[in-house]
Design a protein around this ligand. Structure first.
Ligand SMILES: Cc1cc2nc3c(=O)[nH]c(=O)nc-3n(C[C@H](O)[C@H](O)[C@H](O)COP(=O)(O)OP(=O)(O)OC[C@H]3O[C@@H](n4cnc5c(N)ncnc54)[C@H](O)[C@@H]3O)c2cc1C
Length: 382
């Protein structure tokens, strides 16, 4: 039997490659990207070159032929330095590529998967101004006209919106059928009637673009329906179940990054004539943080391995996202305290981790939504 944290040779080499990439390419850019509130465009082709944008796509379609486990390894490594870079890669792999791999026709796979591995950035558009937790209350409408679907509506909060050329968009084809009218469409940025609207000015993950999408008489060819008409609700839920493991990995990385800074700082900062790490009060905080990070990592690894093994992982994925986002918020907050006054300033790195941690409790289902899923499953539907 293997320990959860025992990596195969391939996994270990991949993890090291991402760690090296993060150190050499991401770390030097973090502060500037945070200030500019955008990813450095020079980084994007590098993600593709390293194979980070098509981790689970089979080699036949130009991908790395890897696993969700490898995706979470990458997301953790990137998040330890910058959660915005990590979510860019995470959305592509766990939401866009995963959805296409599971639900798209062979024709769509052939048309888009090689591009998604080469230079096409993807986004996943479910939320709207009026429908977040109640995602199936979406108001975007799809009307059939000959061989074309006409989409009308607005999407809000769409990660990678500013950078993406490919969008999975959920719209309702028949409101009379309620959520059973929801359908997923593959929409290219250049389709007539599609445009990207306002970019949000956010508390955290500032370098990640979060945009409104505008669909005005947007023409989508019939062949670009993802899965079946009316099955979008199932596609949306099942994709997000997997995505939540990725967010768990993001929060794990955020917690780890802040912890690494705090534990190093504690050994350098002197008060009362000795490093503050000599005080048991600080040692215990650092030990508690390390323990919570280890627990978070085991949940992420286990949920990803369950998915890769074809097991049912819905409860574990919800628990992972819930717990990892709590750990991230606690650990990053303590990291600021360990830095004292310096931690409260933008001249030191830890306050950014704390701001970046907050999103973990909100996107891909708020913590309350995860608790609702967990409660339903652990109480046997009662
Ligand atoms: C930075 C960022 C990036 C995002 N990226 C994407 C993306 O790429 N694609 C996408 O589709 N969406 C994206 N989202 C949207 C995100 O998924 C939603 O914000 C989230 O699902 C919550 O929806 P809401 O904001 O409408 O909050 P609401 O649903 O209005 O929730 C408000 C509060 O009410 C609580 N609540 C609501 N219903 C219940 C209930 N039944 N029981 C108990 N509590 C409840 C919630 O837990 C929350 O605390 C993103 C959001 C942000 C902020």
């Amino acid at each position: 039997m293997n320990a959860l944290t025992q990596l195969s040779e391939e996994e270990r080499m991949f993890q090291e490659a991402v760690r090296d990439f993060a150190e050499t390419e991401v770390r030097p850019r973090v502060q500037a990207m945070e200030k500019a509130a955008q990813l450095d465009p020079a980084l994007i082709p590098k993600f593709f070159e390293l194979g980070l944008m098509g981790i689970e796509i089979p080699e036949a379609h130009g991908g790395a032929g890897g696993s969700l486990f490898m995706t979470v390894l990458a997301v953790e490594e990137l998040s330890a330095l910058d959660a915005s870079v990590a979510i860019f890669v995470d959305v592509q792999n766990t939401l866009v590529n995963a959805l296409l791999l599971k639900w798209a026709s062979d024709d769509i796979k052939q048309r888009y998967l090689p591009k998604l591995c080469a230079d096409l950035v993807g986004a996943y558009a479910l939320s709207e101004a009026g429908s977040g937790s109640d995602a199936f209350g979406l108001a975007t409408k799809a009307t059939k006209r000959g061989d074309t679907w006409i989409l009308d509506g607005r999407k809000l909060w769409i990660t990678n919106g500013a950078d993406a050329g490919f969008f999975v968009i959920f719209a309702n084809t028949d409101f009379a059928k309620g959520y059973k009218g929801i359908t997923a469409f593959a929409v290219e940025r250049g389709f007539k009637g599609f445009s990207v609207g306002k970019k949000e000015d956010k508390l955290g993950i500032r370098a990640s673009s979060t945009c409104e999408l505008i669909l005005e008489d947007c023409r989508v060819p019939k062949a670009n329906v993802l899965g079946e008409v009316g099955k979008g609700y199932k596609i949306a839920i099942e994709t997000l179940n997997e995505g939540r493991i990725g967010i768990g990995a993001q929060m794990l990385g955020v917690a780890r990054g802040a912890w690494e800074y705090a534990s190093k700082y504690a050994q350098e900062r002197k008060q009362f004539g000795k490093p503050i790490s000599d005080f048991q009060g600080i040692q215990f905080q650092i030990a508690q943080m390390a323990t919570e990070i280890e627990a978070a990592r085991l949940m992420v690894y286990n949920a990803a391995r369950m998915k890769d093994a074809g097991m049912n992982f819905v409860k574990e994925a919800a628990m992972t996202k819930l717990f990892c986002s709590q750990v991230a918020e606690r650990v990053t907050s303590l990291a600021i305290e360990i830095y004292g006054g310096y931690g409260f300033t933008r001249d030191y790195p830890v306050e950014k981790y704390w701001r970046d941690s907050k999103i973990g409790k909100i996107y891909e289902g708020t913590s309350n939504m995860q608790l609702a899923t967990i409660a339903k499953l652990v109480m046997g539907g009662k």
